[in-house]
Design a protein around this ligand. Sequence first.
Ligand code: ACO
Length: 395
Amino acid sequence: MAQVVSVKNTGLRGVTVADTKISFIDGEKGVLIYRGYRIEDLAEHSTFMEVAHLLLNGNLPEQKESEAFEKQVREAREIPEYLRESLRKWPKDAKPMDVLQASVPLLAMADPDLLGDGREANARMAVRLIARLPAVVAAWHRIRNRLEPLPPDRDLSHAANFLYQLHGKKPDEETARYLDICLILHADHTFNASTFACREVVSTRAHMYAGVAAGIGALSGSLHGGANAEVMKMLLELESEKDIPGWVKGRLEKGERIMGMGHAVYKTMDPRAKYLKQMAKGLAEKAGEKWHDLSSQVEKAGLEEFRRRGKTEIQPNVDFYSAPVYHMMGIPRDLMTPIFAISRVSGWCSHVIEEKFAEAQEKPALYRPQAEYVGNYCGLLGCEYEPMDRRQKRQ
Ligand code: ACO
């Protein structure tokens, strides 16, 4: 019998629940590695397609492999007509993350590999998910704005095609490359909340789509991927604020959080935030925009205030600078978290495959922790059952 260990109310911080070969974080030094490679190097030299291949298959693809993988993704971008028809009927004010999550089982129904339980079938499902989630986000954005969804353009790269399907206009090369780098930076992050949700679901032998739908649900929360939209909300509120240090102090005094700062694992600046900060600077300088300066002022005030409170480890995370970057690319605030999802799906699918096919551990087990019961209890014989007419509301 397993030894009973209590890690109650810790959010499982510091608890190792599996082995993984996919990514590694050094939270003290601010290092993130995918399959051995530093994300800075991947962001500098790779494409999101190569990184998705790396995460899924364990190697940076050579030329032919890379072309074949990208071709598979380009050819899988079309979403089923019945899904477009459904999207047209959904309330136009539905939250894009809800729409994305609800679309995943509809995509599953069109996948010929859904019931295949081999690694190859799962790899093909991963390609379809990576190809189609961006198409769902773009189609939804157009439908809610009473525009027709656009067919994908096979000549465009992954990021460029997404921007094209979203805005109806081919992006310039630089913007497409910036988005591609953002997708690389968000692609995986060890056992974060959404990845754990995904792995937990498929540990029951549920299919990949069930896991990815769970991942999207977990990512939507404002303490996780939803933080980027909250950061943008904060920046828009602060546009005309004269006293940013005063605003930050006031917020912390009220017990509220500065979104985009702090991390469960990093005790220094998130390496992705460092990279995105540079990108925000470049974009702002080019367009004469204020968003980099404003974000830096909030960062500076936040760091000072956290230092005063002895919490020097609370520093910008990935969501802090991705928000102004996306804003300057013309991405609406409520699509910022869906864009996170269209990148992270590559990590989720890689983890699903690792979990299902025991690629990093001998024998993965069904996740089944326990909770301590602290509710109503009258002993093992149970409380005396009260018929309706004798029931009284208890405090
Ligand atoms: N603003 C204010 N206080 C903070 C912040 C913050 N951004 N982050 C942490 N704290 C404080 C908490 O209030 C808590 O204080 P207490 O000990 O006085 O109660 C203490 O620091 C520890 O916070 P926890 O949430 O318990 O622990 P953790 O370090 O694991 O928090 C988390 C990580 C949830 C991300 C947190 O930093 C946070 O809420 N940040 C803002 C939301 C955010 O940006 N989320 C995105 C994270 S990145 C990602 O998921 C993609």
